[in-house]
Design a protein around this ligand. Structure first.
Ligand code: URA
Length: 436
């Protein structure tokens, strides 16, 4: 079918055949489909949606627009997690080594932060020497020998997504559930995974602030992934408070290494990470159930086996060989590191909540995040020691790591404005589990 006929069919709510969707994506790649036609189809899908069969066809066609990795030499335990993005979300840094220590293989292809949410790659780039773009041979060797490698997106995986996303971004068509689904899953399917676990965030710092919208996206992702042959489950998790007690880059690496080393108390971060690890182990058969997966994951964390894997991964990808033991020697430190207190803190004692998105924006103001994809970032700055929901109202609200006084003050104002009165109850970290 001609591209304009495919657009017309979607405009008029006629079903699209998998063959026609495949032709359209092939045309995106060989440029016989124009940008205008891509924009028009994106808007027609935004307005009229897609059936599950159409979304599966779009996802698999986008997967096949580039290289599909083959890990068949590693057996069935090749598994990953995808998060819809949050603030203080350093789960991947703890999760991948836990799963590796339990016998899984995690080839994790991550992104950079954009907008108020951080990106895993930016966090790793605060580790001196860590190479986020190793060649294919190094990537394969590290996954095989260590069990996990966290690296950056290569242009060869699902290249149609890059073209289509660039057009969606400037035509108000990003917020379409089938288009988001195809975008996320085409890249995960191209990574050659045998199983996937999704962390779909809900709350003020999430891509989907509202629970019904998050559930709709999670259900679409789970059904389409399974329809495309990749066993997948999703957890809906709370993003009405930062997950780690830090937001930024080096500060989040410190938080993750502290959890791996059993230091400090970050109960929500630990709980969500272990719940995701448990699902990952179960979905590829390393554990018979999520309950058994949880036991194995707890053991990998408390025995130090996960910390050891993290250290091996950092070293194998060019970072310091003593990073786990000596991280303070290696991570950058901001010139200003100062506590922030709140004069009327007593009003919030025992029921602190944050507008989490504002905390992410404070990190951008400090220079630790991006407003445009080409921006450079400052890895040393950010927020740490963020108060928990049960804050006493008088101890510091957080510690600000800033490059200079001006950005310190801007971030301090924003963090103060982000403070809310919560309900006094801590919602459960994992609110729902969605399966096909
Ligand atoms: N993340 C993606 O990778 N794609 C989308 O379309 C939205 C979020």
């Amino acid at each position: 079918m001609l591209p304009q006929e495919i657009v017309r069919a979607k405009r008029d709510r006629q079903p699209l055949e998998a063959r026609d969707i495949g032709d359209f994506i092939a045309g995106v790649m060989d440029k016989s489909v124009t940008k205008e036609q891509i924009a028009a189809l994106a808007m027609a899908v935004y307005l009229n949606g897609m059936s599950r069969d159409e979304a599966v066809a779009l996802t698999t066609a986008m997967r096949d627009s580039g290289t599909v990795l083959d890990w068949s030499d590693l057996g069935p335990a090749v598994v990953d997690k995808h998060s819809t993005g949050g603030v203080g979300d350093n789960v991947s840094l703890i999760l991948a080594p836990i799963v590796a220590a339990c016998g899984g293989y995690v080839p994790m292809i991550s992104g950079r932060g954009l907008g108020h949410t951080g990106g895993t790659l930016d966090k790793f780039e605060s580790i001196p020497g860590y190479n986020v773009t190793p060649d294919d041979e190094v990537f394969r060797r590290v996954v095989k020998e260590v069990g996990c490698a966290i690296i950056g997106q290569t242009g060869s995986l699902a290249p149609a997504d890059k073209v289509i996303y660039g057009i969606r971004d400037v035509t108000a068509t990003v917020e379409s559930v089938p288009l988001i689904t195809a975008s996320i899953l085409s890249k995960k399917l191209a990574a050659g995974l045998k199983g996937l676990v999704l962390d779909v965030k809900v709350g003020s710092g999430a891509f989907m602030a509202d629970e019904a919208a998050a559930r709709e996206l999670a259900t679409s992702l789970v059904e389409v992934a399974n329809g495309a042959g990749m066993p997948t489950v999703a957890l809906l998790t709370d993003m009405d408070h930062p997950l780690a007690n830090a937001a930024g880059n080096a500060v989040e690496v410190r938080s993750a290494v502290n959890v791996l080393r059993g230091n400090g108390s970050e109960p929500r971060l630990r709980e969500i990470t272990l719940a995701l690890a448990a699902e990952m182990l179960a979905i590829v058969g390393i554990a018979d159930s999520a309950e058994e997966g949880l036991r194995k994951s707890q053991e990998a964390l408390s025995s130090g086996a996960a910390a050891e894997r993290f250290g091996q991964m950092v070293s194998a990808l060019g970072g310091p060989s003593d990073f786990i033991e000596q991280m303070d020697e290696h991570l950058p430190v901001a010139p200003i590191v100062r506590d922030l207190t709140l004069e009327n803190g007593a009003e919030y004692a025992g029921r602190l909540s944050f507008d989490t998105r504002q905390l992410g924006l404070a990190v951008i103001e400090l220079g630790g995040g991006r407003t445009r994809s080409e921006d450079n970032i400052d890895h040393a700055v950010g927020l740490s020691d963020l108060a928990s929901r049960t804050w006493d109202g008088s101890s510091p609200l957080c510690r600000i790591h800033a490059r200079d006084e001006a950005t310190f003050q801007k971030a301090a104002d924003r963090v103060r404005r982000a403070v809310r009165q919560g309900g006094g109850q801590t919602p459960s970290s994992v609110s729902e589990r969605i399966t096909a």
